[in-house]
Design a protein around this ligand. Structure first.
Ligand code: CA
Length: 229
């Protein structure tokens, strides 16, 4: 099973520009949803829980700025990176000036190569395990490119699901993820898997990381889920 691909929401009312963007993002391996208006964007955002949004400033109905403000005002949506696209530099200055909270800005006409680099940069920040990063915690090193894991320099053999599970937990030590959140991030939301499956795989990761004699890095948080560290 392949790693669930990062989900990107493209909000652009110009059909041609929307398609070019979506096409290029899909070619990079992302899962793309398209919205052509502000209202549609608000709806899709709640339905699809994207990992990142590429948001045009000028939209019919609710403007890109208003949307950005709303998402950045809610604790549950604040962490999703928003790359704002705007037609002119004065607009970008205004976007910056009114503190919409957008994470990055691109001015039209933009180069696709540059936009892709910004997308990857933002994803690396929020979902390091999806962007070819090396994650480290307490002697455990996980390389998301070579798919190798070592603990204190000794290679650890993990199945693909265990690897993704450990990578997801290691993205942010201390953060507690519920079983549902882990199912969504590790197995992908399109597949039905029982939440108890998560417990089984956490058990396997624990075992692989070193028997009972070693410090257990994965914490079970009663009623909440799992965390590393
Ligand atoms: Ca537009």
């Amino acid at each position: 099973m392949a790693q669930p691909r990062p989900r990107i929401l493209v909000v652009e009312d110009e059909p041609a520009q929307r398609e070019v963007l979506a096409y290029n993002l899909e070619a990079e391996g992302f899962q793309v949803s398209r919205a052509s208006s502000g209202d549609e964007a608000l709806l899709l955002f709640d339905e699809e829980a994207p990992d990142l949004v590429v948001l045009d400033w000028m939209l019919p109905g609710v403007s890109g700025i208003e949307i950005c403000r709303r998402w950045k005002a809610r604790a549950e949506t604040r962490g999703v990176p928003i790359i704002m696209i705007s037609a002119r530099t004065e607009e970008v200055d205004r976007v910056r000036g009114i503190e919409t909270g957008a994470d990055d800005y691109v001015v039209k006409p933009y180069s696709i190569v540059e936009l892709m680099a910004r997308v990857r940069g933002q994803l690396r920040r929020v979902r390091p395990s999806m962007a070819g990063a090396r994650l480290e915690f307490e002697g455990v090193v996980l390389d998301t490119e070579s798919h190798k894991v070592t603990r204190d320099g000794v290679e650890i053999s993990l199945g693909p699901t265990e690897f993704r599970l450990l990578a997801t937990l290691m993205e942010k030590p201390g953060r507690v993820l519920s079983r549902e959140q882990l199912l969504d991030r590790v197995w992908g939301r399109d597949i039905y898997v029982d939440t108890r499956t998560v417990d089984v795989h956490v058990g396997r990761v624990r075992k692989a990381l070193g028997g009972p004699s070693r410090l257990d890095l994965i914490r079970t948080v009663r009623g909440a889920g799992y965390a590393i560290g």
